[in-house]
Write a new protein. Sequence first.
Lengths: 214, 314
Amino acid sequence: MNILMENFGLLLEALGTTLLMAVVAGIGSLILGVLVTVARVSPIPILRAAAFGYVQFFINVPLLALLLLAVFALPDAGLILPLLPTAIIVLTFYEAAYVAEAVRSGVNTVGVGQIEAARALGLSLGQSLRLVVIPQSLRAVVQPLGNVMIALAMNTALAAVVGVVELTSRVNKVNLVYAQPIEIFTAAGLVYMAIALAIGLATGWVERNVAIVR
Amino acid sequence: MSRSQHYAASFLYEQPGPRGRRRIMIGSVISAVVLAGILGLGLWQFGSHGQLDVDKWTPFTEWAIWQYLFVGLGGTLAAAAIVAVLGAVFGIVLALGRLSKVRLIRWLSTGYIEVARTIPVLLLIYLMLFGLPQLGINFPTLWKLVIPLAIANAAVFAEIVRAGILSLPRGQSEAALSLGMRQGQAMRLVVLPQALRNVTPSLVSQLVSLLKDTSLGYIVAYTELLYRGQVLSAFNHLLIQTFLVVTLIYLVFNGSLSALASRLQRPGRRRTPVANQTLAAAVPSLAAALTTTEKSVTERSVNEQPVKKEPPRA
């Protein structure tokens, strides 16, 4: 316990970085993922194909490969940003594909009658998507989206590999000094579990409040 | 596309009229221009920094470089295979444990699953790589990668298998029990085979996910695809080209696996008696052929059934 107390400030700062990445990339990927889903159900073939390609690319390529590409390789092409924003952007693009997959499965749960009713009322495609389809799809996939957000929180750890000093990286550094692996890593594991638990509880709360009882 | 007609997405709009067609046309043109613009901007950026020069890409026409990378792909597959087997075995055990009637086993399995799902694999890898050696525990390189991945994947596999078991109608296990099977027999012979078949698409998706996770071998310096790519790029200084090629290999390989998963997901994959009847009704000439094959199949399966002796009653 002493080791953790001595490095409390550093660890707290690292936890802050982890949470910052998770929150910013989480919000970003939710927005981007919904947009990709809209493109995927749109009547425009090119947008549908582009959205399909986007999702397939990010679901099949490892996050670590993308992080290495963005952090070490792209500067050679003059594309360079500070480390933390780069990691957040990569995480956002990566998880947005999973969000899009989840939301699309939600679109498929919206009753056909809902859409027919929206059209019969004279809503345009944009209106029926915005007012009828997307809200209902999102409500249907709160739980899967929560799982994506938990995966995102776990994936922020990978940023440690490219040099972002977040919780996993900091914990490892502290351990290299003090050589108390069991104690230090258990503490870090508990923190990650707490983050996942918090997301899980928040998901449950949202679900209780927005779920549609059919 | 005929399949997607069941989905709500295809009811969003009907056959467009002249105005709708014109709008779709305009939308297509605009989105094509925007997408081409983004792509062009990217290519221009690459080109202006000399990343599109022919001599930077010619090394990748040599077979030796591909061979070097494919050895890495072999390492990726080996690690993934070990993780898949370990994960599947422990996953099934954990799933059965979580559904067990014994409270202690249920709690232990549930606890393990919940913990293992919410700890980053990287943390476990750092523990293997830097933490445990300080205590004198040092695994071979491959296992520094495989053990953390197996710990995490067992929990995911367990949840998939459990979902499969729970989704099976209760009548299946009730029927098996009423035939005189024991709990274990019913689970092994009736419930598990069907449950696993039902969740095959999820299992294949998880396989893709763990194939991606083996890229963490980069950290433990295990010879897999990403690590080989890293070594290669340190050697030829073609960072962008090498990492793009590695990305492409992952994309092609995992993409085919994902395509397989979605093919498996397609409904009506299994030939059911009902489907056969409708098919036979629609095509009378097929009816005779179908009935004969079906008969021979059932006969064979009956004949192949090993004759079991009544287990001695306790």
